[in-house]
Design a binder for this molecule. Structure first.
Ligand SMILES: [Zn+2]
Length: 403
């Protein structure tokens, strides 16, 4: 590898010594679904213990309060697990942010709980790629970097949150706080494709729960006195669906409400997901939503309460982000890895970090695939490969290398 300095070569060599495969097998055997608070507490304690091998101040921070509207239209608080936060050398000249998540999409009652070998070199298990493998990669890279003489020149904050798979409502303020003043961020979602291709631009994503309150009446005697909340919610769903286009996807996902056939329903809850391509599209989507709500409220004589928002802002690739992708690509080239990137329809904490004005590559984790399904797998060779890619990227960010 002729493009590497001695310092870089030493750090890369150290990545191969870390017990990443063993860690992934142990961690993936612990259920840490976003709603499994005891499982998340176990996972948080394990990560707090192992990440305390790095220098700096480590804390498990309580989730920020958040709430949700249930099927009956009642607002209820939502509980989330604690989030790991590590601060290392805040006085150093170059400040970076690293993030990952400890939760998975598989709840405690999901049938997918076991880690198994699928075929030669591919491990199947809940979270092996998304992202317990990524956490192992991040730890290995940071340990390798910490042993290097360049470590003194970089400081960083590291956040491993407990609620990424449900939109990070309890951890978004902590991530925004940790992103402040950072030169660049790396997040350890799995690669966008099994060949290691990174995710580039991402749309935003907003989830809305819309409570419609009408008036009940007898369906036969005095229906004219009723205000049908389901009809109003359906009208709203149709109007919003019409706003969809190539720069905005709109998915009316569910309507709850109603009761016996002879009663005009007085309550409905409409759930909607909207994905705008850019911040401008997000603004347009928001004003369309507000206008449609006002119009339906007036025409149907109902009250409408809008809950939710664009918790994941769009992440277009701007010039600083392009430069960071270029740096990672150059590191890959010096390691004999071909690194490309492509846009994706998915969202993650990288969206929120980019919205803070910090360039981010958010798929620095492992190669694998079939995430969010019982076929999720990790390509085991990618553990060392991606740890080396990260270690080299961090070292070059530390030295201000613009290659
Ligand atoms: Zn993930």
């Amino acid at each position: 590898m002729p493009g590497l300095s001695t310092i870089e070569r030493d750090a890369i060599g150290r990545c191969a010594d870390e017990p990443m495969l063993d860690q992934v097998q142990r961690w993936a055997a612990i259920n840490s679904g976003s709603r499994n608070l005891p499982g998340l507490a176990t996972m948080a304690a394990i990560y707090a213990d192992i990440f305390s091998s790095l220098p700096g101040e480590l804390e498990l921070r309580d989730a920020a309060p958040s709430d949700a509207i249930d099927a009956e239209g009642r607002m209820a608080p939502l509980d989330h697990g604690r989030n790991l936060h590590l601060r290392v050398r805040p006085e150093a000249a170059v400040q970076l942010l690293f993030t990952g998540h400890m939760d998975t999409v598989y709840g405690a009652d999901h049938p997918f709980q076991k880690v198994e070998w699928r075929e030669e070199g591919a491990l199947n298990g809940p979270g092996v790629a998304d992202m317990k493998g990524g956490i192992a990669v991040l730890l290995a890279a940071l340990k390798a970097v910490e042993k290097s003489s360049l470590a003194a020149t970089i400081g960083y904050e590291l956040v491993i949150n407990s609620d990424e798979e449900v939109g990070s409502p309890g951890s978004a303020p902590l991530i925004a706080e940790a992103a402040r003043g950072k030169r660049a961020a790396l997040t350890y979602e799995p690669a966008a494709r099994p060949d290691g291709t990174l995710a580039g631009a991402r749309p935003g994503s907003g989830n809305f729960s819309i409570l419609v309150e009408g008036r009940s009446a007898h369906a036969g005697r005095n229906p004219e006195e009723g205000r049908n909340a389901i009809v109003a919610a359906a009208d709203l769903a149709l109007r919003l669906a019409k706003a969809a286009g190539p720069r905005l996807s709109v998915n009316p996902a569910r309507i709850d409400g109603g009761g016996p056939n002879n009663v005009v329903p007085d309550k409905a809850v409409l759930r909607i997901n909207m994905r705008p391509a850019t911040p401008d599209d997000q603004r347009r989507a928001r004003s369309h939503l507000d206008a449609a709500v006002a119009m339906v409220a007036a025409e149907h004589d109902v009250r409408i309460h809008l809950h939710g928002g664009f918790a994941r802002p769009p992440k277009p690739l701007d010039a600083p982000a392009e430069r960071l992708f270029g740096l990672v690509k150059g590191c890959g080239a010096d390691l004999g890895q071909h690194i490309a990137w492509q846009p994706t329809g998915g969202v993650c904490d990288g969206n929120n970090i980019a919205a803070c004005g910090v360039p981010v590559v958010d798929t620095m984790g492992v190669r694998g695939g079939a995430i969010h399904s019982a076929d999720e797998y990790l390509i085991v060779d990618s553990l060392v490969e991606r740890a080396q890619l990260s270690a080299l990227t961090i070292l070059r960010l530390a030295s201000g290398d613009k290659r």
